[in-house]
Design a protein around this ligand. Structure first.
Ligand code: GRF
Length: 187
């Protein structure tokens, strides 16, 4: 069985959707006060949190992450709103085993503001992408992506909501495609 870990920096709604459908070995956050940690507690999922500033440098920070991944024998790292660039220490230890969700149709609108950037550009459609992580910003091999139209009646809030709804469908779909086994349903 493939063991997954989810990394999130803030809200964690994608983590929640994943954890409700798949066993998650642990969630990691790079912010000790992130809401995702509360979600993990409510769902009974193990969580870890530490911050880059607590380490001498990024390599030492990522070594601590790699230790956690090794301890838990993780097969797949699922980034879901993890707002740090993954650097060489983590990339080389888990090469080809880190995926990310991006709230735009890559290569359109990479970076930290995919939804706002698409909105401001006035596109008639944007989307959601899940891709492998490489050393670039949202440049890794695309696994799956879906289009999300921008409706005439949309505000940025409704547009954003529909992007997130598409994310909540796409992440579980991709995890199934990658061979992650779903959680056993309880009555
Ligand atoms: C999502 O839109 C994801 O695509 C992006 O960051 C957001 C995280 O939201 N990378 P949440 O923390 O899962 O609610």
């Amino acid at each position: 069985m493939k063991k997954i870990a989810v990394f999130a920096s803030g809200n964690g709604s994608n983590f929640q959707v994943i954890a409700e459908q798949f066993p998650v070995a642990f969630v990691f956050s790079d912010h000790r006060d992130a809401f995702v940690l509360e979600r993990a507690q409510n769902l009974g999922v193990t969580s870890y949190a530490f911050e880059l500033k607590e380490f001498e440098n990024k390599a030492a920070y990522e070594e601590a992450i790699v230790d956690l991944l090794n301890q838990h024998e993780i097969d797949l790292v699922c980034l879901a709103g993890y707002m740090k660039i993954v650097s060489q220490t983590l990339l080389s230890a888990y090469e080809g085993k880190i995926i990310n969700i991006h709230p735009a149709y890559l290569p359109e609108f990479p970076g930290a503001h995919g939804i706002e950037d698409a909105w401001r550009a006035g596109v008639s459609e944007s989307g959601v992408t899940i891709h492998y992580v490489d050393s670039g910003v949202d440049t890794g091999k695309i696994i799956h992506q879906v289009r999300v139209p921008r409706l005439e009646t949309d505000t940025i809030e409704t547009f954003e909501t529909r992007i997130h709804e598409a994310e909540y469908k796409l992440y579980p779909q991709v995890l199934k495609e990658l061979g992650v086994t779903e959680r056993k349903k309880t009555c």
